[in-house]
Unconditional design. Structure first.
Length: 359
């Protein structure tokens, strides 16, 4: 394991070895136990993955105090989001209902993309002046619609890395039986703010209008192995399953995810690493007087003076790939939190930018 506290300076990034801080990956790399599980599973990978897949579903269910029938395993949570959106649209149309999707703006856009592919209207509700969800405006859009609204809420949100407190979401869900809430909790494991509650708590209380998606791509660093899942009431999961690709789980991903769930040490290291990396970045942003939002995920949304595209291009010249601007949030850049070592390197480049008058 790399230790999360030793913030050594890495060699300067090069064309061949750039610093990748643009896709919210976990550059700590997966747990060594997960890697070993993949190696051990390879000789049997000519078989279909059913056994490991079933075992993983059981283990995920157990981790949430739920049952296997409350879990739909996805090829990454992207597939789970796709299946939930397609299922809800299909069910509404089958019942002769109108259907629309409501999303905050900016947010992670897969729900929007999958809905648009089916010709469904997507209502985009801008974040408020604090770059938080405008819950009242989203609620109004749902209340005024004579049909099914699918409300996608990413919590913590991507690209802002901020949470929406449960007391803003839960009362709305409880009062809106005919609205389907898709809560994307891809980054939930990084959250320390007690005002955040997982939507899984509502599923445990038998609410049928909530689906939560989770992933192994972020906290467990398995992005390339594609394991995610949806959690919901069993009746909803049964409908979601109709839209999932059969045998969607690769054997390597399944065993790596199982080993990750058992590796509590890695979970702690992964969280601590991001906290250390975040501190390195926020210290520098404070020193440089660059505004940022309170990050509760493995990335941070911060202001840059001037054109964000210019900043991004200049970083690229230094072989540092930072995230991009997410209109309508103009003037803000999304930065993935790599390892503490990587962020120390990033900070030295950022400080060089200051000395050149670029930030
Ligand atoms: N949801 C959010 C908010 C994300 O940021 C991402 C990936 O960046 C995903 C879902 C998709 O993750 P995956 O399909 O790897 O589970």
């Amino acid at each position: 394991h790399q230790t999360a506290t030793a913030a050594k300076v890495l060699p300067t990034p090069t064309k061949e070895q750039p610093l990748l801080l643009n896709f919210n990956e976990n550059s700590l790399g997966m747990s060594p136990k997960a890697q070993q599980a993949v190696v051990n599973a390879l000789p049997q990978a000519f078989r279909y993955p059913d056994a490991a897949r079933e075992q993983l579903i059981e283990k995920i269910a157990e981790s949430h105090k739920l049952q296997s029938k409350n879990i739909s395993l996805g090829n990454g949570s992207s597939e789970s989001i796709q299946a939930v959106v397609q299922m809800a649209i299909y069910q509404a149309q089958k019942a002769g209902q109108k259907v629309q999707v409501i999303v905050p703006d900016p947010t992670f856009n897969y729900a929007e993309l999958y809905a648009k592919a089916l010709g469904v209207t997507v209502i985009k509700v801008s974040l408020n002046d604090k770059l938080a969800f405008d819950i009242n405006a989203m609620k109004k859009a749902a209340d005024e619609f004579p049909g099914l609204s699918i409300v996608y809420l990413c919590n913590p949100n991507n690209p802002t890395a901020t949470i929406t407190p449960a007391d803003q979401i839960d009362p709305w869900i409880k009062a809106s039986e005919r609205t389907l809430f898709l809560l994307d909790e891809a980054y939930a494991e990084f959250v320390t703010d007690p005002r955040f509650h997982s939507g899984i708590e509502l599923i445990l209380k038998q609410h049928k209008n909530v689906v939560v998606t989770r992933t192994f791509s972020k906290i467990y660093a398995l992005a390339g192995l594609r394991i995610g899942y949806a959690v919901a009431h069993e009746e909803i999961i049964a409908q979601v399953e109709d839209f999932i690709s059969l045998d969607n789980t690769n054997a390597a991903g399944a065993v790596a995810a199982l080993a990750s769930l058992e590796d509590k040490t890695f979970l702690t290291i992964s969280k601590t690493s991001v906290e250390t990396a975040r501190k390195i970045v926020t210290n520098a942003l404070n020193e440089l007087g660059l505004e940022y939002l309170p990050s509760q995920a493995n990335f941070i949304f911060h202001k840059v003076p001037g054109e964000v595209k210019t900043y991004q291009d200049r970083m690229k010249e230094y072989h540092v790939f930072v995230g991009r601007e997410f209109p309508p949030a103009k003037g803000w850049n999304r930065l993935t939190l790599g390892t503490p070592e990587e962020m120390t390197t990033f900070v030295s480049v950022l400080k060089e930018f200051r000395s050149k008058g670029w930030v």
